[in-house]
Design a protein around this ligand. Structure first.
Ligand code: COA
Length: 382
């Protein structure tokens, strides 16, 4: 009997599944790199659109190339009217991630080049999907509130246009900038669960809608993208800074996890959390109320201290401070994970294109732990 050559640890931690030129993480040192560029430089100097170009092409764009990409993204922001009609039939109580997953899956019906799975057709698909995700998420929120989805504004950036389509008014520059940075920080993270799900599906040569629908399903879980919503629910439940210590101590004593803390790869500060922590504090200060930042900071302090004592060096992850940041930007809590997807669609599509560029069906083995050689007994004799 032949057995699989090796057994990976639980959750495939530290298993290198394939080469990729898109993203690099050093979990020990807290380094995150998109195609050669450190996330800190990108967060400080770049834009989401520029990062999209980088992830898809492996290099930064020239001015004319960025202008062309911007024009293409703007041109594809609108959704087919049939999709809007379908979205209006969703229950008003639908969970936004469910609505996003169903809508993206249905977009396949209206793909103008449905039967073409070539690399070029998929590049165009990646562009359309990245442009449309923001429109879909804004429309989900407006439709459930009984409002008409708004037409995108071509003169606005991806981040500013999303906030406009969501709130019905153009955001202040600082708000648009905050979201733009959040989109940069969430754009890719190598073989995280949703990206890996997308690559597994793409590896079967199923179409890009199938891959992205798989990814959305994986992202929705509370151990992955769903954590940012759980963080805000926790902050709202705690209610005030005075209640933080007791809440955290009780949770840790009960052996329960604090959402937004810990990471499968980082053993030190998640570099994305560095920016989001600063952003949360700055927005709080500008609004004259740092309560949500203060509470988050105290939770982080307590958990880090407590876990250090147990030799478990866990820190805040990307989801921890994005929760208070989005809350102060007035974004409904159940849109936090869909907004993660508005950014991550760029990374997902980059990975699908990379997978298809050198495809091999992804098919690992399991370590069988069941019984062998059992004697089959007829059903009436069991
Ligand atoms: N709160 C309290 N304890 C935590 C914790 C948290 N958020 N995250 C991890 N731990 C504990 C684990 O229970 C484990 O303890 P044990 O050894 O006694 O079982 C220890 O810290 C080490 O955990 P680690 O191996 O680093 O985590 P993991 O790789 O198994 O899991 C996550 C990583 C992300 C799934 C986990 O940290 C988690 O569930 N975090 C909360 C959800 C979240 O924020 N997800 C978004 C990730 S970007």
């Amino acid at each position: 009997m032949t057995k699989p050559a090796s057994t990976a640890g639980a959750g495939l931690r530290d298993v290198v599944a394939a080469p990729s030129r898109i993203c690099f993480i050093d979990g020990e040192q807290g380094i995150l790199v998109y195609s050669g560029y450190n996330i800190h430089d990108l967060a400080r100097h770049s834009t989401f659109e520029e990062v999209v170009f980088l992830l898809w092409n492996g290099r930064l764009p020239k001015r004319s190339e960025l202008d062309e990409l911007n024009a293409q993204l703007v041109a594809h922001r609108k959704l087919p009217s049939e999709i809007i009609a379908m979205m209006k039939a969703f229950p008003k109580s639908a969970v936004p991630m469910d609505a996003l997953r169903t809508t993206v899956s249905a977009l396949a019906f209206y793909d103008p080049e449905r039967s073409d799975n070539s690399l070029e057709a998929n590049q165009r698909r990646a562009l359309r999907l990245t442009a449309q995700f923001a429109t879909i998420v804004a429309a989900i929120d407006r439709i459930r509130k009984g409002l008409e989805p708004l037409d995108p504004k071509p003169e606005l950036s991806h981040a500013a246009n999303f906030l406009y389509m969501l709130n019905g008014k153009e955001p202040m520059d600082v708000e648009a900038k905050a979201l733009d940075i959040a989109l940069i920080l969430h754009a890719d993270h190598e073989f995280n669960a949703s990206t890996f799900a997308a690559r597994v599906t793409a590896g079967t040569l199923a179409d890009m809608y199938a891959s992205i629908t798989s990814a959305i399903g994986a992202l929705s879980g509370p151990l992955h993208g769903g954590a940012n919503e759980q963080v805000m629910k926790m902050l709202l439940k705690i209610g005030s800074p005075a209640n933080v210590d007791k809440f955290v101590n009780d949770k840790l004593e009960a052996g329960e996890k604090i959402m937004g803390i810990g990471h499968a790869v980082y053993r030190t500060e998640d570099p994305r959390a560095t920016h989001l922590r600063k952003m949360s504090e700055e927005i709080g200060k500008r609004q004259g109320d740092t309560k949500w930042f203060d509470m988050s900071h105290r939770i982080e302090e307590l958990v880090v201290e407590e876990m250090n004592k147990k030799q478990k060096p866990i820190r805040a992850n990307v989801d921890f401070y994005s929760a208070s940041t989005y809350y102060m930007l007035g974004i409904p809590v159940d849109l936090y994970t869909p907004i993660f997807a508005v950014s991550r669609i760029s990374g997902w599509t980059a990975h699908v294109l990379e997978q298809l560029g050198n495809n091999k069906l992804i098919r690992p083995r399991s370590e069988y732990t069941g019984e062998m050689d059992l004697k089959y007994t007829p059903i009436d004799q069991r």
